[in-house]
Design a protein around this ligand. Structure first.
Ligand SMILES: [Zn+2]
Ligand SMILES: [Zn+2]
Length: 340
């Protein structure tokens, strides 16, 4: 089979390797399509602090069941559509013992600290497998992982019904958070960015309000969107200090800000305002399996990912996909790699 490998930043090559049979507790997946995300791009540039090289990339994907290990209980049908969680957790640390596997002290993520799905056949433990509807497109299947990130972030915020929500950052994750929040009953959602293309994609995705925060302030945009009611929940998905600072300043007293973005350098936050306004700052990190199952349900009719797919590349042209992303910046949302 063909298997990709990134030997060093910016250097992907392809090997011809034998197909490994699944272990007794594993399922073998024939990988069909892989999505590229922001973290993958950091690895391509050598800017991902926790990824050693060489690495087999790929953690957002759809495939079909090719073989099943002898000890798998409830074996999936050969040919069934599937995807799989990339987390490898220890099961024994304090967070794991509390069921919070996503923040395992010894977490490894396939595609970063362990081998990912950038190959024609990929073996995963059966308990990581997530079945997908037969009618799912390859794009829908490859979107389960990022939608699960959005589902987990929304779950961390509690009940969303009727609430006014701000999402800062209209990249793929911000867009999906806005869509998941709506699907979970949020009253009105305002999304902000500095890239007109991303705001346009958000509008096409059905987000209620989209504001360019180069032209207006968050506070003014929120007044325009929500009137005097304001907002008491924000998701910071831009990973930018100015964005976080604007949320802290504009959110209703007692409001909650979920931190979803990744910050290149530690942001400065006005903790006096956080303290006096009883603002809750809460983190959100990847997802649980339950989030994946809900992501599948939402992708089955409640969330539209079609406006987010920018372009497809052949497996052999994975490097070109990165070059395309590099040269098109904020004009790009999700780029897909077609494996087979
Ligand atoms: Zn990702
Ligand atoms: Zn653990």
């Amino acid at each position: 089979m063909r298997q990709s490998i990134m030997d060093a930043p910016g250097k992907i090559r392809f090997l011809d390797v034998p197909v490994a049979p699944p272990a007794p507790d594993e399922v073998q997946i024939r990988v069909r399509q892989i999505g590229i995300c922001g973290s993958d791009i950091h690895v391509w540039h050598g800017h991902h602090p926790f990824t050693p090289y060489p690495v087999i990339q790929g953690h957002e994907f759809m495939g079909v069941v090719a073989a099943v290990g002898a000890a798998v209980v409830d074996p999936p049908a050969i040919g069934a559509n599937v995807t799989a969680l990339p987390q490898i957790v220890c099961g024994t640390c304090n967070p794991c013992r509390k069921g919070r596997f996503n923040i395992c002290e010894n977490l490894k993520v396939r595609g970063f600290q362990a081998d990912g799905c950038g190959r024609e056949f990929y073996n995963v433990p059966a308990d990581r497998l997530v079945p997908l509807p037969e009618a799912f497109s390859l794009d829908q299947g490859a979107f389960v992982e990022p939608v699960a990130v959005a589902v987990h972030a929304c779950s961390r915020a509690g009940d969303l019904s009727g609430r006014n929500v701000v999402v800062l950052g209209a990249g793929t994750i911000g867009n999906l958070i806005a869509q998941v929040a709506k699907a979970r009953g949020a009253g009105s959602v305002l999304i902000t960015d500095v890239a007109p293309h991303r705001l346009e994609v958000a509008r096409r995705s059905g987000v209620d309000h989209a504001a360019d925060v180069r032209r207006t302030t968050l506070a003014d945009a929120a007044r325009g969107a929500f009137g005097p009611a304001g907002f008491d929940l924000a998701f910071e998905a831009a990973g930018a200090e100015a964005s976080l600072a604007s949320a802290v300043a504009a959110i209703e007293k007692g409001g909650t800000i979920l931190i979803v973005g990744v910050y290149g350098k530690p942001p400065t936050v006005d903790m006096a305002v956080v303290g006096e306004h009883e603002v809750v700052l809460a983190g959100s990190m990847m997802y649980w399996k339950e989030d994946w199952l809900e992501a599948v349900r939402l992708l089955d009719g409640k969330i539209d990912i079609r406006p987010l797919v920018s372009r497809h590349f052949d497996f052999a042209d994975w490097s070109d996909a990165y070059r395309y992303i590099d040269s098109n910046g904020a004009e790009i949302m999700k780029v897909m790699v077609d494996v087979g």
